[in-house]
Design a protein around this ligand. Sequence first.
Ligand code: PLP
Length: 444
Amino acid sequence: MTHVFHRQLNTTLPRAVSARGISITDADGKSYLDASGGAAVSCLGHAHPDVLAAMHEQIDRVAYAHTSFFTTDVAEELAADLIEHAPAGMSHAYFVSGGSEAVEAALKMARQYFVEIGQLQRRHFIARRQSYHGNTLGALAVGGNQWRRAQFAPLLMAVTHVSPCYEYRDRQPGETPEQYGARLVQELAGVIETLGADSVIAFVAETVVGATAGALTPVPGYLRGVRELCDRHGILLVLDEVMSGMGRTGTLHACEQEHVVPDLMTIAKGLGGGYQPIGAVLAQGRIVDTFARGSGLFQHGHTYIGHPVACAAALAVQRVIRRDGLLAAVRRQGQALTSRLQATFGDHPHVGDIRGRGLFQAIELVRDRADKTPFDAGLKLHARIKRQAMQCGLMVYPMGGTIDGQRGDHVLLAPPFIVTDGELDAIVERLARAVAGALEGLPA
Ligand code: PLP
C-alpha cells in the first residue's frame, strides 16, 4: 500500500534504496543501469563526491534565505558562471526549481517585455506540435503534445502550433534537408502573417526535441531561418533546452551547434544533475534592461528561487563538467553509442530511425520500415519496452503511440556523461533484449 500520489496509480514501483555511478539499486538488491539519466537529468551519475561535498558545505553555511531579503554568494557565483558560458548577449540568470517553472517564467518575461515597451497588442505565442514544455498550464499550452493537453482544454492561453522539424517523417522525397528547413520556416512565416506579425510575442521551441518525439534534431539552417524571421518581425525566440541543454548534446547549449542565439533560454534537469531541483531562464541583457528601466521588477517569483543548496549543487556540477572534460566525453561516447545502436538496430525490421546528438539519442519503432507505419497506439509498445527493460535491469525513457496525431513509439537514451564503453555495451545489449521481449507475441 502506498500513500504517495504517484502519477501511475495502478502500478507498483520498485523502491530505490541506493544509487552510485550510473546504477540505481532497489530494495530487493536488483540493480538498474540508468541509461536515461532518469529523464535526461543525471549528467554526472549518482553520488558524485564533489557535488555531495558542495551541498554539505552549503547546508552548513546557509541552507535557505528568501530572495526578497537576501542574495547569496553561491547564487551569484552560479549566475556568473552560467552567463560566462552562455550565448552572446545573455546577461542574467533567473533561478527556479525545475523545467516547467523555467518555461512559465520565460513566457511571462516575454509578455512583460512587450508590456514594458508599450506593445500591448502582442498576445500570441507560436510553438510546435510534437513538443513538450512542461506540465503546468502555461507550459502545457505552448506544448504540442495532444495526449498531455487533451484533458485540460481549453488551456489558459491561445497558442498556434506549427509543424515540428521531424526529418524522418516529414522530409519529402527529393527534398534536401536545407530545403525542408526552408519549407518549415515558410510555414511559420505564413502563420505569422495570418496572426499579424505585430501581434506575436514569441516563437517557442525545443532546440532538440526530447520527450515527445525522441531526440529530434533540427535540420541545418532551420533554426537560423527561424531566428531571422523572428528578428524581421520583432518576435522573441525562446529556446527550451530543459532537456537538450547543459552539455547533453556535446556542447554546453544545444543552440551553439545551430549558431543561433535565443532571446530567452530555459535550462533545468542537467543543470543540477538531479542532486537538487533547479532550473533557470537565461535572458538577453536588453530584455532585463527594459524591466530595469521600466517597472523595475519582473512580476514573478517562487518561494524557492535561488535556493542556496540547489545553486551549490548546480555550481559543483558545472565545475566537474569542465574539470573532467565531460563535453568532449559526451561527443566521444555519443559516437560510441551511435555505432552500437547502428550495429544492433540498423537492420532491425521494426526500428525505423536511429537519431540524436551527443548522449541524447533515440530509436523510433515502426511496424513497417518501408512505409514507416507506426504500431497501433493501443498496443502501447513503448510501455512494454519500458517494462521489459526494467526486468533486464535497464532504465530507458520510452514515449509514444499514435495517440491524437502523435506518431510512433520512441525510446530515448540519455546516459550520464561518465558512461564507459563497457556500460554502453551493456545498455545496448539489454535494450535489444527488452525490444525483442516487447515485440514478442505482438500481431505482425
Ligand atoms: N521542457 C522540456 C523540453 C522538457 O523536456 C521538460 C521535461 O521533460 C520540461 C520542460 C518540464 O520540466 P520539469 O519536468 O522539470 O517541470
